[in-house]
Design a protein around this ligand. Sequence first.
Ligand code: BT5
Length: 341
Amino acid sequence: MKDGDRIMTRTALNTAWDVLRVLLEKENTKSFVSGQMVGDKLGISRAAVGKSVRVLRDMGFQILSVPSRGHRLSEMPDLLLPPLVENKLRTDHFGRDYHYYTEAASTNVVAKSLAPTLETGSVVLAEIQKQGKGRLERIWESPEGGIYMSLFLRPDIATQEVSRITLVIGEAIAAYLEDISGIPAMIKWPNDIMMKDRKICGILTWMDGDMDRVNWVIVGIGINVNIERDYFIEKELNTAGSLKMLTGADFSRVDILTGLLGALETGYQSFLLDGFGKIVPRIRLRNYLLEKEVAVTGPRQRSKGICRGIDDDGCMILEVEGGGSYLVTSGDVTLRNSRKI
Ligand code: BT5
C-alpha cells in the first residue's frame, strides 16, 4: 500500500471502492466497461472514474484501460478491502458491518472505541498493526501478510461464560485452518492455535459487563498467513509459524477471511442455540496440552502439573505435583520441558 492513501480523503477512497464494486460485477470482469457507464451508475463524472482507476492502480490493482472501450480489472492485490471482502462473503451477519484500516495500533482498541455503534458480527480489521496486543500487556507482532481482526459480539450470556467464547471461536478457527491447509490444528488452552507445534494464531478476548450481564465481547484474532520464516527468526519468535511457512504455499487472505467468517458465524450460532456442551467434545479432540507437563500462572498463583483434559465448562483439569487435581478457569499456560524449535 502506498503512502498516498494515508493522505487521501475517505471520500476519494470510498469513490474508488464504489468504482471497484462496479468493475467486480460479474459481467464487467470478463469485458470492458466504459468510464461513462461506470460514472452513470455511480452518479459521478467520467473524470472522477478515471481518478478512481488511478487510485486503485496505486493500491496494486491492474486495470486495463482502452480508449473507446473502457476499463477492465485484470489482477487484484491480496488486500482485505471492503469491496473484495463483500464480494466473497457468504454470511448473514459476520463481517457485514466491516471497518477496514490499512494500519491500526490495535484492532481491539479500535473496536472498543467504536463499541456503542457496533453490533453482533461487526468486524474491525487492519492490514498491519503497530501496537498489536497479546494478553497481559504482551505484544502481538502484526506485519503485512497476516490477518488482524476484532469480532464484536453482544451475547446474552453470564459474565462467567465469556471464556467459553474464546474456546468456541478457537475451535472454529482450528477446524477451518486444518481444512484449508491439511495440517492438524490444535488448541493450546485457552487462546492459541498450534500447527506442527507452532503458534499460528492467537486470540485476545475483551469484555464489558457487570456481575449479571455482558454488554459486549470483542474477540481479537491474529492469524499468521503469508509471513516468512525469516520474520519470526528476526523477531526471535522461536515457536511462531505461518501457513506459508508450514505449507510452502501463498494463501489468498480474502478467501481465508471470508471463509473463516462463515465458519465463525456457524460456530457461534451453534454455541448460542445448541449450547457449549455440544462443542466441548470437539474442543477436547484438539487439546494440544493433553497429558503434557505444564506450568499455569494465574492471577494469584503459579502451579505445575499435568493437563488431564478440559471439563464440561471449558476449564482445564490440572493434576498437580504431589497428587490431586483442580480446575483452572483462566491463566497463562507454558509447556514445561518444551524444546525451542
Ligand atoms: C495472544 O496473546 O496470543 C493474543 C493475540 C491476539 C492478536 C489479535 S490481532 C487482532 C487483535 N488486535 C490486537 O491488538 N490483538 C488481537 P498471548 O497469548 O499473550 O501471546 C503473546 C505472545 O505470542 C507474545 O509474547 C509472543 O511470544 C508471541 N507472539 C507475538 N507475536 C506473534 C505472532 N505474530 N505469531 C506467533 N506468536 C507471536
